[in-house]
Design a binder for this molecule. Structure first.
Ligand code: MD3
Ligand code: FE
Length: 213
């Protein structure tokens, strides 16, 4: 149910970018439960950048492809380098949710083959960057925010300038596609807080079409 004074369900942030408020809220407990199984098989880990820094965000993946970074660069791989095994499958609930969110934002037929799991402890951040390791930029990225709130930063198509700031809360879903697909974006250092759903951290899931169309 929605009323006159409720927040809007969908906020356009930029051409091609839509914030779907609370779109994942009802499914959040089931998503968190499914992620427990995924991260039991492919534990979250802090990866190393090509420049030799350890990321503050802990990451893992599910799906046919998973994003990794190490001394040699950034790329998508079918095998978890820590275990030598394939990444666990994407939970069907997440495939359904991502497809529904993308359709709602105008991208019908979205079938992700990669889901990057980002865990932010208080203080963790993600510097402004572009997502360009995927093969087909005509496909959107669907992002699901769970747990502690964060300040999402989004800039333009070039580095530099002051990014816009958008608060993201538990259950929010963002869809980035079309002209927004290559915008610079990041996450400000996470403030500490209490969030029983995720254990006092923030989890972000990004569902992507990483491989060949
Ligand atoms: C805008 N994650 O994993 S999600 C990432 O909250 C990443 O963990 C952030 O940036 C996080 O690469 C932001 C929202 C998002 C995801 C992908 C985008 C925004 C985007 C791709 C293009 C433009
Ligand atoms: Fe990104």
């Amino acid at each position: 149910m929605s009323g006159l004074f409720d927040a809007p369900e969908a906020t356009p942030l930029a051409p091609g970018a839509v914030l779907l408020h609370a779109f994942a809220l009802a499914d959040a407990p089931a998503i968190v439960a499914a992620l427990q199984a995924v991260t039991a098989a492919a534990p979250l880990r802090r990866m190393t950048t090509p420049g030799g820094f350890t990321m503050s965000v802990a990451m893992s993946n599910c799906g046919p492809l998973g994003w990794i970074t190490n001394r040699h660069g950034y790329r998508y791989v079918a095998t978890d380098p820590d275990s030598g095994r394939p990444w666990p499958p994407i939970p069907p609930l997440l495939l359904r949710l991502a497809g529904a969110a993308a359709a709602r934002a105008g991208f019908a037929g979205f079938r992700p083959d990669a889901c990057l799991i980002n865990r932010y402890a208080p203080g963790a951040r993600m510097a402004l960057h572009q997502d360009r390791d995927e093969q087909d930029f005509s496909q959107p990225i669907v992002s699901i925010s769970l747990g502690l709130p964060a300040l999402f930063l989004f800039g333009g198509l070039q580095r530099g300038g002051r990014p816009a700031r958008v608060p993201l809360v538990h259950g929010d879903v963002l869809v980035w596609g079309g002209p927004a697909r290559l915008r610079f974006h990041g996450i400000a250092p996470l403030a500490a807080g209490s969030q029983p759903a995720t254990g006092d951290c923030r989890i972000n899931l990004t569902l992507r079409k990483a491989g060949a169309p």
